[in-house]
Design a protein around this ligand. Structure first.
Ligand SMILES: Nc1ncnc2c1ncn2[C@@H]1O[C@H](COP(=O)(O)OP(=O)(O)OP(=O)(O)O)[C@@H](O)[C@H]1O
Ligand SMILES: [Mg+2]
Length: 351
């Protein structure tokens, strides 16, 4: 649905050119919610503005729904843009127009008649839950309601793609959730492809199917959200996930491991103890993995720390366990876990 090939974006700046995007290749498939996450200044807004050619890239091709936007003339581009709706962080509503008239604006600009506009706008206001506020002005509604107007307006021209640049950053967590639910709903009910830009992993976790991580103008990691959450490769990704799923073990766990290791040396000489971090997702989450290890390998397991969470109905979690027993049995247990789809990381602890 959206294809970016070799996109670079260079802005002129007082201290010389700023390379905001440095060779972006991206493929977004029809009907998915695709999240793009990165820290401030990473190039997120530059990237999303390139997709509808609000910014013309310095180099590269933008193809949306089979049309190469970068090769269209102005009139063709205006027509193609009707397929691409956009919602903004600060809503960008016109304060002198009512809720209804804000949603109607793109249709008026496209020359649609009054009756047709009413027939288009009223169901949209129903969809976003604002039918009862149609006659209010932006100053008379809340931030979450303003964003609902922004979404309805973006949907007015019946786009195939919806771009969202930090649409929930100005909202509190509960309102954020309700707006993200609405984006999910329009994605499912209207079959819309949604591209969501954010700096919050929480947003990605709640609605995205796939995610790309952008750092200094480059995509450094991408994949299914669940996969990226359970197996982040890049330091930047880990630090972004850390916000909702701390990646470091608390010091108290390490202190405890030292104690257990010392005790092992006196009570069971010849046995090894290992601190393992287990990450699992999907099916393996439901398997009684630990009891199996104790039973079949005769390895002792102390659970020291753990977290379980859910991404779009799939469970994933991480556990820190201290596994102790005869060295070959501990090794066997680790191999068994890995064979069962559990990520196992051995954490070295200086005693
Ligand atoms: N019009 C511009 N002229 C010059 N430099 C720009 C312009 N727009 C953005 N930049 C620079 O390009 C880089 C990427 O900016 P961009 O706005 O895309 O980042 P972002 O990821 O959206 O950040 P934020 O999370 O703060 O919104 C930054 O270094 C920024 O200063
Ligand atoms: Mg931005």
């Amino acid at each position: 649905m959206i294809e970016l090939r070799g996109i670079t974006q260079t802005y002129p700046g007082p201290q010389g050119p700023v390379e905001a995007l440095r060779g972006i290749d991206l493929h977004i498939t029809p009907g998915e919610v695709f999240g793009i996450i990165g820290k401030s200044g990473a190039g997120k807004s530059s990237l999303v503005r390139v997709i509808n050619l609000l910014n013309r890239p310095t180099a590269g091709q933008v193809i949306v729904d089979g049309k190469e936007l970068t090769s269209l003339n102005d009139a063709q581009l205006r027509a193609a843009r009707r397929d691409i709706g956009m919602v903004f962080q600060h809503f960008n509503l016109l304060s002198s127009r009512t809720v209804f008239d804000n949603v109607a604006l793109p249709l008026e600009l496209a020359g649609m008649g009054k009756t047709a506009i009413r027939e288009r706008v009223n169901p949209l206001l129903e969809l976003v839950g604002l039918a009862h506020l149609a006659d209010r002005y932006p100053a008379q509604i809340s931030g979450g309601q303003k964003q609902r107007v922004g979404i309805a307006r973006a949907l007015a021209s019946r786009p195939k793609v919806l771009l969202s640049d930090e649409a929930t950053s100005a909202l509190d967590p509960e309102t954020t959730r309700s707006i993200l639910d609405l984006l999910r709903q329009v994605n499912r009910e209207l079959g819309l492809t949604v591209v969501l830009i954010t700096h919050q992993m929480q947003v990605i976790k709640q609605v995205a199917d796939r995610v790309a991580v952008i750092e200094a103008g480059r995509i450094v990691e991408q994949g299914r959200v669940l996969d990226v959450f359970t197996r982040p490769r890049q330091a930047i990704t880990k630090s972004l996930i850390d916000e909702i799923l701390p990646q470091e073990l608390p010091t108290s766990v390490l202190v405890h491991v030292r104690k257990l290791t010392r005790r092992l040396a006196t009570t069971a000489p010849g046995h090894t103890g290992r601190l393992l971090r287990l990450s699992y997702s999907g099916d393996s989450a439901y398997q009684p993995i630990l009891s199996q290890l104790v039973r079949e390998f005769g390895v002792d397991m102390s659970i020291l720390h753990g977290q379980v969470d859910e991404i779009q109905d799939e469970t994933f979690g991480s556990l820190a366990v201290f596994a102790s027993g005869q060295a070959d049995r501990v090794r066997g247990a680790v191999a068994h876990l890995r064979a069962g789809g559990v990520e196992v990381e051995e954490v070295a602890v200086a005693v």
